[in-house]
Design a protein around this ligand. Structure first.
Ligand code: DNO
Length: 355
């Protein structure tokens, strides 16, 4: 595996490449062109400039998170082919720039959803949290306003204000789209992009839905072992793969994370590893990465990745906000750096114990 950190680009991230370079064991970044909208073509020049910037700091681009998929593709509307053509062009340009991993998600309207961005924990750190009661009490159109005050002046991934302005239209787009239709739209998309992925050897790595159940009545399919295996079979090409995100699949206590990892052997191309602490099955907060701080056994998760021979990039995921840092919720420097060090420690111990 390669330890990496997510980085949003120098114009959007409070964390610098120079800081990332000093986290022991981190050699790559997972990045994106943060100012592109879903559906835009990423030019080769833009990608090249990003690459040069990262490389000048002594790091490299380990993968892209995300190239977002336009809602027309997810909803399967009549104009989807136009957006798929653009997506293919973006993949082609990434391939030409020697980038071979793309993380994306297929969640309708809302990307990952949290109901609090700064819940205070007993030690004074703040974390992102979710309660089903809070979602049930909200109208989807008010969702963004309910959390935007805690974004620390940043734009959070999947919560772009320009998209949030069109919530009502987006909900209309998905009228009549149930889980089966969403599966069919995903299949259509994947079948169209697989040729370019094969040509440039690009591994597509779908990010799970977070939380792993329907919110606001919208369909959600990348939620458990059964569905992800169905998706792997539905388009049985090695370029159709998975981002294994412990914090997202882990929102459902029915998901046995190490078992899921083992059953996806050979198809996990990217891993997000973080911990959650549950107060009830639908009320949880994000914890420090350490096993004892949350509900997951992080050693077992890392061991499963090791056992399947996982060799892709891994990143600590959302961290707590600590030591007075002001950053995008979940994406400060300090706690993610602690997470990277901890995950590296687990990996070293597993590796040595197997020799
Ligand atoms: C949240 C992230 C997601 C993820 C996308 C992938 O912090 O894990 O925003 O990047 O869902 O497309």
């Amino acid at each position: 595996m390669e330890m990496t950190l997510r980085w949003y680009g120098s114009r959007f991230d409070t964390v610098t490449l120079e800081q990332i370079r000093q986290i022991p064991g981190v050699t790559g970044v997972i990045t994106t062109l943060y100012d592109t909208a879903p559906g835009d073509v990423w030019s080769r020049e833009q990608i090249h400039a990003l690459k040069e910037e990262v490389e000048a700091a002594g790091l490299h681009i380990s993968g892209i998170e995300s190239v977002n998929v336009h809602d027309a593709i997810k909803a399967g509307t009549a104009d989807r082919d136009r957006y798929i053509d653009n997506y293919i062009e973006t993949l082609e340009n990434l391939g030409k720039e020697d980038i071979h991993l793309v993380c994306y998600n297929f969640m309708p309207v809302f990307d990952w959803t949290r109901t609090e961005l700064a819940r205070v924990r007993p030690d004074g750190s703040t974390v992102l949290a979710y309660t089903q009661e809070a979602v049930d009490a909200l109208h989807p159109e008010d969702m963004f306003a309910s959390i935007s005050g805690d974004m620390n002046g940043t734009v959070m991934p999947g919560w772009e204000p320009e998209r949030m302005e069109h919530i009502r239209e987006m909900f209309e787009m998905y009228q009549g789209v149930d889980d089966e239709a969403l599966f069919a739209n995903l299949k259509y998309f994947l079948e169209r992009i697989m040729p370019v992925c094969r040509e440039y050897d690009i591994r597509m790595a779908i990010h799970p839905d977070d939380p792993a159940w329907s919110v606001f009545g919208l369909p959600r399919i990348i939620v458990n072992k059964e569905n992800i295996l169905r998706m792997m079979k539905m388009v049985d090409d090695p370029h159709n793969g998975v981002t294994f995100c412990s914090g997202s699949y882990g929102t459902s206590l029915e998901n046995d994370l190490p078992d899921m990892i083992r059953s996806l052997k050979g198809r996990i191309y990217f891993a997000h590893v973080r911990n959650l602490k549950f107060h009830s099955p639908t009320n949880f907060e994000e914890a420090a990465h350490l096993s004892s701080d949350g509900s997951f056994d992080m050693y077992e998760i890392m061991k499963a990745l090791y056992d399947i021979g996982f060799d892709g990039p891994i990143r600590p995921d959302h961290g707590r906000m600590i030591w007075g840092e002001k950053a995008m919720p979940g994406y400060g420097l300090y706690d993610r750096a602690l997470g990277a060090a901890y995950l590296n420690g687990l990996w070293e111990a597993i590796e040595k114990s197997r020799r």
